[in-house]
Design a protein around this ligand. Sequence first.
Ligand code: ACO
Length: 352
Amino acid sequence: MRLATIEKQRYHKKHLHNVQRLAMNKYSAVIKTIASYLPEKILTNDDLTKLVDTSDEWIMTRTGIRERRIAADDEFASTMGAHAAKAALHSAQCSPTEIDLIIVSTMTPDYLCPSTAALIQRDIGATRAAAVDISAACSGFVYGLAMARAFIESSMYSTILFVSTEKNSAFTDYSDRNTCVLFGDGASACLIRRGGHGLRIKTTTLGASGEESELLHIKAGGCRLPASSTSYADKLHFIQMNGKELFKHAVRRMEEAINTCLTTAGVEATSLRWLVPHQANIRIIDALAKRFSIPDDRVAITIDTFANTSSSSIPIALEKLQQNRLIVSKDLVLLTAFGGGLTWGATLLEAT
Ligand code: ACO
């Protein structure tokens, strides 16, 4: 073949690749802004020693948690979520009336009905927006991102507000040392649109196994065990969990999700700028980072100050990275989550 023809073919191939890339970026779902809201009240490990038989040393060494935020009596999943939503909209200079859909991930909704998303829609004046809650416990953020991406890339919606908000303290038994040291409250909101600058959602992987649903449970309050004086006396409206079993599943499932996500994207773990894992236990995070040889300075940690804020733990950590300008153009950021259900997943983001 003549050299000129080869050159021409190469040019066309490269050109086609660039056009495909541009088209892909143009239609991709991109997180434009993220904002968080954390309640003012701080509950330290020492404070908890006054409530249950525990110690700062046990909590720090077994979980990595030093303190957590607790919502005030008049703060709820919807009000914290609305705070975060207003801040995300403000920094994107986006009017609430531009929003097509509000997705809220929460395992601690204001009510069983109406949805927390509907309350946030009212509170921020997003009069055009549809509104829906999703329930995937601590994996809610990666599940919600996958859904927002699908709505945007299918062109069904172009502006999505995705809020993750949790008032875990309302479902925590502060006489149970197995759970009360673990959880905190907080909210985050992302504005997601098509194309342009931000964090492009490159690849998503989701999984679930209802076989192990008993490992993390809020038994009462649903139709199977409606609220009653007995369920209240037996403390069945609080989070109950088998921590030891969950620990094993958490590491294994997040490892699987990361492998699938990276393989789908054709990316090596060494290329990642950040791993942003769900913040349930520092030992789970360390085990995971070790399995992929990701050094400590590439792993986002907020568990020490905010504890486990369920589905808002990943976006809170992501926002802290952005606030400190630690994500720059072309950085690859891998999110991974695990939670009740069981549910798990991973999402690869690329800064554009
Ligand atoms: N202070 C002091 N001692 C404690 C405390 C405490 N706060 N809590 C438990 N202990 C005791 C136990 O009673 C037990 O004592 P025993 O040996 O006399 O019975 C001992 O410490 C060891 O308990 P373990 O449960 O084996 O402790 P472990 O090292 O497994 O840590 C923990 C417990 C922190 C809960 C851990 O198992 C964990 O993080 N699990 C995973 C949690 C998770 O990933 N959840 C899913 C996501 S959350 C979501 O979806 C909402």
